[in-house]
Write a protein that binds this ligand. Structure first.
Ligand SMILES: Nc1ncnc2c1ncn2[C@@H]1O[C@H](COP(=O)(O)OP(=O)(O)OP(=O)(O)O)[C@@H](O)[C@H]1O
Ligand SMILES: [Mg+2]
Length: 409
């Protein structure tokens, strides 16, 4: 699988192991360029990064890669909910009836400007009676379902798919980044009781909300660690590379007792060998302002989506930018919830370097590739922009299939 980010590309090669569960065979990372806020903006540069990461992973694993599962971290990630109902001749409800209702929902939702990445049935209803987990075998005349769809803009998805193709790789499946991260860091209890995962990368911050063990919401904003760095560069009048180093060495979102007196070295723009100093308190103020603003934006968007009652008391932070010192405390203040930093688990053979929040998406993709639980469709997304044909979901419905029916009952 591939995690294509704004700052880095990670390729993990894994295998299902009868004893260990999922086992990592090899990992390759490369600096990413040509990707902005998760979207490919320079095909050639992005292709280079992907090729490098894949080659390194292939060498480490001693196998060659033909097909990949890829993350989708795009600003256009969005959640859409739809309730559909169909009538059918009375009798016991069977697989084909479920397929038909899901097919109807897919064709009702599909639009030319976005593609469906995930389709999750949240709740079934038989003759007006809701809260049913598995309606098969029940009797009734009307079958309804509450569907949650995760969608993304079709243009950037086509570029992503094209980029993968240029690397001579087959796109096997896609997973929204915050959904992937959730697969490797969230505990079953968290997913059951309600939890919000926030993945803070370099150019993008994405969010997923779980409740009753199901993904109920995703969101994304085009702000990340790189914005913190550029604020520092502007505020301290220093080049971007120096600002990034300053952030990693001295950066914190919390003021320390000695901040006022401590001076940090910061080279002025255009004269890297000349040293100037700035009070550490100034750095902390810059970082705090940006982090707080980003978190408040996410909090307000979740409130607008009316998720307050469902999103639980727990927040889990992942992504490289989650390693910022003091971020956990500031998130606690902004959301007034419990906050922890999530590192990946559930994949055997991860190295020490990968025991960090910026590998959550990569490890989660690997887990998700082997167990696409609860999903009504699988395989690569339909990027044709055409309406879903209901006939595709009957008979030989298994190209982009109602796989959920096979795996979940
Ligand atoms: N110790 C740290 N303190 C603060 N920020 C950090 C630290 N380590 C990494 N970062 C920041 O994390 C960001 C990189 O995160 P990550 O590797 O998750 O990004 P990405 O997945 O490539 O990007 P995206 O998901 O936005 O497309 C950079 O902006 C970097 O400055
Ligand atoms: Mg990322």
């Amino acid at each position: 699988m591939l995690d294509i980010g704004t700052a880095k590309v990670v390729c993990l090669i894994g295998q299902k192991d009868p004893v260990m569960g999922i086992r990592m065979l090899g990992c390759g990372t490369a600096c990413s360029s040509g990707v902005k806020a998760g979207a490919v903006v320079d095909l050639e540069a992005a292709e280079m990064g992907i090729r490098k990461a894949v080659e390194k992973a292939e060498r480490a694993a001693g196998v060659s890669v033909h097909g990949v599962s890829v993350n989708v971290g795009l600003r256009s990630l969005d959640s859409r909910h739809l309730r559909v109902q169909t009538e059918f001749a009375s009798g016991a409800i069977a697989d084909r009836d479920l397929k038909r209702v899901i097919g109807t929902s897919l064709s009702e939702l599909s639009q030319p400007d976005y593609a469906i990445l995930h389709a999750l049935p949240l709740d079934w209803e038989v003759d007006g009676e809701s809260g049913i987990r598995d309606p098969r075998g029940m009797y009734g005349q009307k079958l309804g379902v509450d569907m949650h769809f995760v969608t993304a803009g079709i243009g950037p998805l086509r570029n992503l798919a094209h980029c993968i193709e240029r690397c001579h790789l087959a796109l096997r499946s896609v997973t929204a980044s915050p959904y992937a991260a959730a697969q490797s860091v969230l505990t079953e209890d968290e997913r059951d009781l309600g939890v919000t995962l926030i993945d803070m990368g370099a150019g993008l911050t994405t969010v997923s909300v779980f409740r009753d063990n199901t993904l109920i919401h995703v969101d994304a904003i085009g702000v990340g660690g790189r914005n913190v760095t550029s604020d520092i560069a502007r505020g301290l009048n220093t080049p971007m590379e120096a600002a990034e180093r300053i952030k990693l060495f001295y950066g914190s979102a919390l003021h320390g007792a000695r901040d006022e007196y401590e001076q940090i070295p910061c080279p002025p723009i255009g004269a890297m060998d000349e040293l100037q100093h700035a009070p550490r308190a100034r750095l902390t103020t810059i970082i705090r302002a940006r982090t707080e603003e980003t978190l408040e934006l996410i909090r307000d968007r979740l409130a607008d989506a009316k998720l307050d009652a469902y999103s639980g008391r727990q927040i889990v932070l992942t992504g490289g930018a989650a390693q910022l010192s003091g971020l956990r405390e500031v998130t606690e203040l902004v959301f007034n919830k419990r906050v922890r930093i999530g590192t990946p688990h559930g994949v055997f053979g991860l190295t020490d370097a990968m025991d960090a929040p910026d590998y959550a998406v990569a490890a989660g993709l690997l887990r998700h590739a082997f167990q696409q639980e609860g999903e009504a469709i699988s395989g690569p997304p339909d990027l044709s922009g055409r309406r879903y044909q209901r006939s595709r979901y009957q008979g030989n419905a298994l190209s982009r299939s109602v796989q959920w029916l096979r795996e979940n009952f």
